[in-house]
Design a protein around this ligand. Structure first.
Ligand code: NDP
Ligand code: MG
Length: 394
């Protein structure tokens, strides 16, 4: 009998983290929760620790870690805090699998640590690839890590891509990647309607239940833009070979088009437990608790071209990918600030692309050299973005 594999879940209290534990709980013979991490939500992490009894629990925030320690007094879970502790549990010799599900640029350092430590990485945190795609892919190679995409589109592409995915566009007969997008809640809204969008409306995604940041990204189509950059790194695909296809039903999770005219798609109900189970079990298939797709109930599948006039974030992301260097890291940082400002009611929905474009125009784009450089660029872009907000408020 084989031993259960140890899983470290970075971002355990988020929607991806919780879905991961839901799948793991269905397979106690195969997986064991080894470490759980969160930013500051103590009560949520404490509850998960009592249920799954991990060896380690890490809070980024030190004060939150003290509170967690008190709540877990008398249990065997060791409580740690800070970014280094996140890196430690990601790279721990006893960790077999790392679910990288922290939201935003904050997920970068632990994901890189897992890559250098040669782990099986289930990558949900797309911002890692947007910010530092070249460095992260190098770390995966140097560390001998196994990288499995969890973002539903990239997981779909991975499932229908030839095994040699990094050479598939050159030698595997792949012509293009067709990245599907739901179009978000404002797919049919006019420019005038977009001007009046509130955070509550933007947080109401038609098909997926997700954390607030990615939900806003889905409403602006920045999520699709980030995913184009993510696909570029995962599948070694230039921007021209990635086409975004709006598909409102979110049943086809993405497609790969081949030179002989074949188009292979992966389909299923929109439920993140499918890609998570695929990543955990690969190459095996696991029960994931997902309802079977009922095609008769779906009835029809629609496809549309995205409108970058109404949703400029998608264009900005394509442009940043084509520019290369530090441009995607700047785009990502400015977007994170813009989304938070929108959620706090400080800027309007359409200010999100305006702010990002302005930061991209103001900053120099350099070649990527090191992680430290990218972290510095991220900080600078955030500072520029904050200034833009203040200027608007004057
Ligand atoms: P959530 O907002 O639901 O969860 C985010 C998690 O990250 C929480 O555990 C949170 O802890 C933790 N966290 C937040 N900030 C920090 C920080 N600075 N340092 C350490 N930990 C932090 O996000 P999702 O689960 O929706 O998304 C996670 C990632 O997966 C994102 O990159 C997203 O783009 C990607 N993804 C998500 C999908 C989905 O369906 N949700 C689909 C595809 C990709 P705390 O609770 O304490 O704040
Ligand atoms: Mg996605």
């Amino acid at each position: 009998m084989r031993m259960p594999q140890n899983v470290t879940i970075l971002g355990a209290t988020g929607t991806i983290g919780l879905n991961t534990m839901d799948v793991i709980a269905r397979h106690p013979d195969r997986y064991r929760v080894f470490a759980l991490t969160a930013h500051s939500r103590v009560d949520e992490l404490a509850e998960l620790c009592l249920r799954y009894q991990p060896r380690y629990a890490v809070m980024l925030d030190e004060v939150a870690a003290d509170k967690l320690q008190k709540k877990l007094h008398g249990t065997d879970t060791i409580v740690l805090s800070g970014i280094q502790a996140l890196e430690q549990v990601a790279a721990h010799t006893e960790t077999d699998i790392v679910m990288a599900a922290i939201v935003g640029a904050a997920g970068l350092r632990p994901a890189i640590a897992a890559a250098y430590a040669g782990k099986r990485i289930l990558l949900a945190n797309k911002e890692t690839l947007v910010m530092a795609g070249s460095l992260f892919m190098q770390a995966v190679e140097k560390g001998g890590a196994t990288l499995l995409p969890i973002d539903s589109e990239h997981n779909a592409i991975f499932q229908v891509m030839p095994q040699e995915r990094l050479a598939a566009l050159e030698h595997g007969g792949v012509r293009r990647i067709l990245l599907t997008a739901s179009g978000g809640p404002f797919r049919q809204s006019s420019i005038a309607e977009l001007a009046a969008v509130t955070p509550a409306q933007a947080l109401n995604h038609p098909n997926w239940v997700m954390g607030p940041k990615i939900t806003i990204d889905s409403a602006t189509l920045m999520n699709k833009g980030l995913e184009v950059i993510e696909a570029h790194w995962l599948f070694n695909a230039p921007a021209e070979k990635i086409e975004v296809v709006v598909h409102p039903q979110s049943v086809i999770h993405s497609m790969v088009e081949y030179i002989d005219g074949s188009v292979l798609a992966q389909m299923g109900n929109p439920d993140m437990r499918t890609p998570i189970a695929y990543g955990l079990g690969y190459p095996d298939r696991l029960h994931a608790g997902v309802t079977v797709l009922d095609l008769f109930q779906v009835g029809r599948l629609d496809f549309e071209k995205p409108d970058t006039g109404r949703f400029p974030c998608l264009r900005l992301a394509f442009d940043a990918l084509k520019q290369g260097g530090t441009a995607p890291a700047i785009l990502n940082a400015a977007n994170e600030v813009a989304v938070e400002a929108f959620l706090n009611g400080r800027i309007g929905f359409q200010d999100i692309p305006r702010l990002i474009e302005s930061v991209l125009t103001m900053m120099n784009i350099d070649a990527v050299q090191s992680l430290e450089q990218l972290i510095e660029v991220d900080n600078q872009a955030r500072a520029q973005a904050m200034e833009w907000k203040q200027l608007q408020a004057c």
